[in-house]
Write a protein that binds this ligand. Structure first.
Ligand SMILES: [Zn+2]
Ligand SMILES: [Zn+2]
Length: 251
């Protein structure tokens, strides 16, 4: 990365993407980190929280919603568990910022974190970069227009660059759908069945392990829907990668 790239990537003055405190230039020169040292510490301890289902820490947990395993996903890699408002989570703002703040430093940070998990996963499955492609679930046109960017694309692009794995735009939105959050689980499933369509990329997908990137996974319906389409086009397997998984209430 050249000096000018670096300079344009930084927000001046650099502020912590979680608490908004100014980050001293000494730190930002040493390491491009979207978090101040205190929030970075909170982030690191979030990674050590244990999954209630498998007992492993978040960075080793591979659990996924049932609809994803039914759709032939092999794993869901995640950085943190995203807990609802009102519960103790010191970096909620930072995790949520991936949805509404178009910040290259944050996208690069998450991509670097994904890379650590993905390297382990690929090694375990004896996969090489050429065996894989990276893709993402595109936002609805309305959401993209509101925020001016597509976080799935930004995360996937950053990860592709870091891993040396080709980024392939596999999906289009069929039509703009009702906001997912207003739907119950049954309606979501019906809705997601028709939310995406595959582009003409069959030759790119066939026999590949597809790394499917999303921001925050709640029910897994979107990922499952994408995975089903990819499998129908001959994908060898699908690995989900996300920033956070929403913890179910009362679980
Ligand atoms: Zn901070
Ligand atoms: Zn788990």
């Amino acid at each position: 990365m050249g000096f000018f790239d670096l300079a344009t990537n930084l927000i001046f003055p650099p502020k912590c993407a979680n608490c908004g405190e100014l980050i001293s230039m000494e730190i930002t020169n040493r390491q491009i980190d979207p978090l101040c040292p205190t929030c970075r510490m909170h982030y690191e301890s979030e990674k050590q929280i244990e999954c209630k289902a498998c007992g492993l820490t978040m960075n080793f947990c591979r659990c996924m919603p049932k609809n994803m395993s039914r759709a032939q996903c092999t794993a869901l890699l995640k950085l943190v568990s995203y807990r609802p408002q009102g519960e103790d989570m010191k970096i909620r703002d930072f995790i949520y910022s991936v949805k509404h703040s178009n910040n290259r430093v944050t996208f690069d940070f998450f991509a670097e974190q994904f890379k650590e998990l993905l390297i382990l996963e690929m090694r375990g499955a004896s996969l090489l970069p050429d065996d894989c492609i990276i893709t993402f679930l595109p936002r609805s046109h309305k959401n993209k227009a509101n925020d001016g960017f597509d976080q799935g694309y930004e995360l996937a692009k950053a990860l592709s660059r870091k891993m040396g794995i080709e980024l392939v735009r596999c999906f289009d939105r069929k039509f703009s759908t009702t906001e997912q959050k207003n739907l119950n689980q049954y309606e979501r499933r019906l809705n997601m069945k028709s939310a995406y369509k595959l582009r003409d990329v069959e030759d790119k997908i066939k026999d590949k392990t597809v790394i499917l990137v999303d921001d925050i996974v709640t029910t897994g319906a979107s990922m499952a829907s994408g995975a089903r389409l990819l499998s129908s086009m001959g994908a060898f397997s699908v690995i989900g990668v996300c920033v956070g998984v929403t913890e179910k209430k009362n679980s």
